[in-house]
Design a protein around this ligand. Structure first.
Ligand code: AMP
Length: 272
């Protein structure tokens, strides 16, 4: 498994592999890898990639000033071991300084799908995501990239960016990997106390009820999550493709929730 820390080194290698006819997959992550991330690597393998590049970068540009950039968990050694075991062929571990050179002044902004939901609560978040993903795409020129449905809005925004800017990269979206309790796996789960973790189950439980038709409105869903002692950031129903708000929960909708367990912001969603 190759390890790159410099964008230029990665780009040179990827170009050579491409010239040699290799099918290249990219799996962008912020590290502190868990089974959700590993499922994306497995997906890349199953789709027949010859090279699977995993990037591990806590991207400062996608964090707001009052968010958890500094506290975000990092464990390079464990991530390397997990990538190797999962079948990645290259890992990219850049530093903020070599991703964003002095006086970096170019950004990628998607202006429609990124407006609502997390985009409305985290100003500048998707500008940071699109910018870093565009940079990774340019460095690796993958045939396809794998993202998780866990970040539903992110996957839709990236698909739109790829379409609008003619990246010519297939975007594959893999299902949400959950703990046996139902809790969606997330690097941020490590922040949770035992009590918060127990309360957090209300999010996936509620979304399951929504999908089963036992909870029929987003207001009722928000109430159920709040009852467990979480602070609801939003529960919304949108068209699964366009992310336009939908009044009624029905087929073709995605119901997304964001809520705080203590200081930890958790997100989850279900497609109905
Ligand atoms: P992150 O490191 O949290 O930025 O996530 C990197 C990628 O892994 C994103 O495409 C996420 O959607 C995906 N991912 C994170 N958690 C999960 C999960 N529980 N199931 C599936 N994909 C996930």
């Amino acid at each position: 498994m190759k390890i790159f820390r410099n964008p230029a080194g990665l780009q040179k290698w990827a170009k050579a592999r491409r010239r040699a006819g290799a099918k290249i997959a990219l799996v962008p992550t912020m590290g502190y890898l868990h089974e959700g991330h590993l499922s994306l690597i497995a997906k890349a393998k199953a789709k027949g990639a010859d090279e699977i590049v995993v990037s591990v970068f806590v991207n400062p540009v996608q964090f707001g000033p009052n968010e958890d950039y500094a506290a975000y968990p990092r464990d390079e050694k464990a991530d390397l071991a997990k990538c190797r075991a999962a079948g990645a062929t290259a890992v990219f571990f850049p530093t903020p300084a070599n991703m964003y050179l002095d006086a970096h002044s170019t950004y990628v902004v998607e202006e429609r799908l990124s407006q609502g939901l997390c985009g409305a609560r985290r100003p500048g978040h998707f500008r940071g995501v699109c910018t870093v993903v565009a940079k990774l795409f340019n460095l690796v020129s993958p045939d396809f990239a794998v993202f998780g449905q866990k970040d539903y809005q992110q996957a839709q925004v990236i698909k739109r960016m790829v379409r609008d800017l003619n990246f010519g990269i297939e975007i594959v979206v893999a299902p949400i990997v959950r703990e046996p309790s139902g809790l969606a796996r997330s690097s941020r789960n490590t922040y949770l106390s035992a009590d918060e973790r127990a309360r957090a189950l209300a999010i996936s439980r509620t979304l399951r009820e929504v999908k089963a038709g036992r909870i029929k409105t987003v207001a009722a869903a928000a109430k159920a999550i709040a009852r467990a002692g979480l602070k609801v950031d939003y529960v919304e129903c949108v068209d699964a493709k366009t992310l336009e708000p939908r009044r009624r929960i029905a087929k073709g909708c995605c119901v997304l929730a964001a809520a705080y367990a203590g200081k930890t912001r958790l997100i989850d969603n279900v497609v109905v």
